[in-house]
Design a protein around this ligand. Structure first.
Ligand SMILES: [Mn+2]
Length: 258
C-alpha cells in the first residue's frame, strides 16, 4: 500500500510530517508538497512557469520532495513523475487552521490538492486542524502545534479507507479536527454557510504607490448539522463527503430556459 501526502502549507510545515507519522505504520509514504506557503491558492495549476523539484530531508530524517509551485502542481508531479504507481490513498494536510463552509472549500489549497488527486480516482482525505492562534496558521514548522489527536483520528480513518476505499459517488472526505475535542468519534456533517466580508487594507510603498492586503471578518451561519456548528460549537471531529462534479439542477435550468 502506498500513500501520497501533500499539503498547501509547504514541505517544511509540521502538519505534513504529522500526516506521515499518522499513517506510516499502515503504508509506504511519499511526501511531495509545494516549497512555499500556498494557503488560499485553491486548485491552481502552473502552466506558464517552469517547475523545479528539490529533494528535502524532513525533520524525521526521511526524504521529501518540494515542488516550486502550487499544491495541484505538487500532486501532478508526484503522480506522473515521482511515483511509479498510483497511490492507494492521498492525504492533504494536516492543515493548520480549519477548512469549513461552502466558500472556503473552493479557495483552500488543501482542498485543491485533494481535488486533484480525487479527480484521478484516488481515495482522498483532506484534513485540517482548528487552531486558536492566528500566527500558528502560517508557522512553517517553527511553532509547536499539538497534532496528537489529529494523528490518531487520521490513522483511524486511513485504516478504513485502505480497507474499503470510498463509497461510489464520494470523491473525497473533508475532515476537520477541533482544538479541544469533546470525543473521538467522526460527526458526518454538511458544509456551513460561511463567507468572509472582505476588508481591504491599503498601504503605500516607498515610492508612494498604493498596494493592498486582502483580509476580512468571517460571516457565519452555523446551523446544527453543519461543519461549522459541529466543529466550532460542539468541538467534534467533522467529516463531509465531497463530490467534484459541480453540475447543479439541470431540470431547473431547462424549465428556466423555457
Ligand atoms: Mn494552509
Amino acid at each position: 500500500m502506498k500513500a501520497l501526502i501533500c499539503n498547501d502549507d509547504g514541505i517544511t510545515a509540521s502538519g505534513i510530517l504529522a500526516s506521515k507519522k499518522a499513517v506510516e505504520e499502515l503504508c509506504e509514504t511519499y511526501v511531495v508538497a509545494p516549497e512555499t506557503q500556498q494557503s488560499g491558492i485553491g486548485h491552481a495549476l502552473t502552466l506558464y512557469e517552469p517547475l523545479r523539484v528539490n529533494e528535502y530531508t524532513l525533520r524525521d530524517g526521511s526524504k521529501g520532495y518540494g515542488v516550486g509551485g502550487t499544491p495541484t502542481d505538487a500532486v501532478t508531479i508526484a503522480l506522473f513523475e515521482i511515483m511509479d504507481e498510483k497511490p492507494d490513498i492521498m492525504i492533504s494536510g494536516i492543515n493548520t487552521g480549519y477548512n469549513i463552509g461552502k466558500a472556503e472549500l473552493t479557495t483552500s489549497g488543501t482542498l485543491g490538492a485533494a481535488m486533484e488527486a480525487a479527480s484521478f480516482g484516488i481515495p482522498t482525505i483532506a484534513i485540517s486542524l482548528e487552531v486558536t492562534r492566528d500566527d500558528v496558521k502560517f508557522e512553517n514548522g517553527a511553532i509547536q502545534v499539538d497534532f496528537n489527536f489529529a494523528c490518531k483520528m487520521l490513522n483511524k480513518l486511513t485504516k478504513i479507507v485502505l480497507k474499503k476505499g470510498l463509497p461510489e459517488g464520494i470523491d473525497l472526505l473533508n475532515v476537520n479536527i477541533p482544538a479541544n475535542p469533546s470525543d473521538d468519534e467522526f460527526e458526518v456533517v454538511n458544509l456551513s454557510k460561511r463567507m468572509y466580508i472582505p476588508k481591504i487594507e491599503e498601504r503605500l510603498d516607498p515610492r508612494g504607490k498604493p498596494y493592498y492586503w486582502i483580509g476580512g471578518e468571517p460571516y457565519e451561519s452555523h446551523k446544527p448539522g453543519s461543519d461549522g456548528h459541529a466543529l466550532r460549537r460542539l468541538q467534534k471531529t467533522t467529516i463531509t463527503p465531497i463530490k467534484i462534479d459541480l453540475t447543479s439542477d439541470m431540470s431547473l435550468l431547462r424549465e428556466w430556459l423555457g
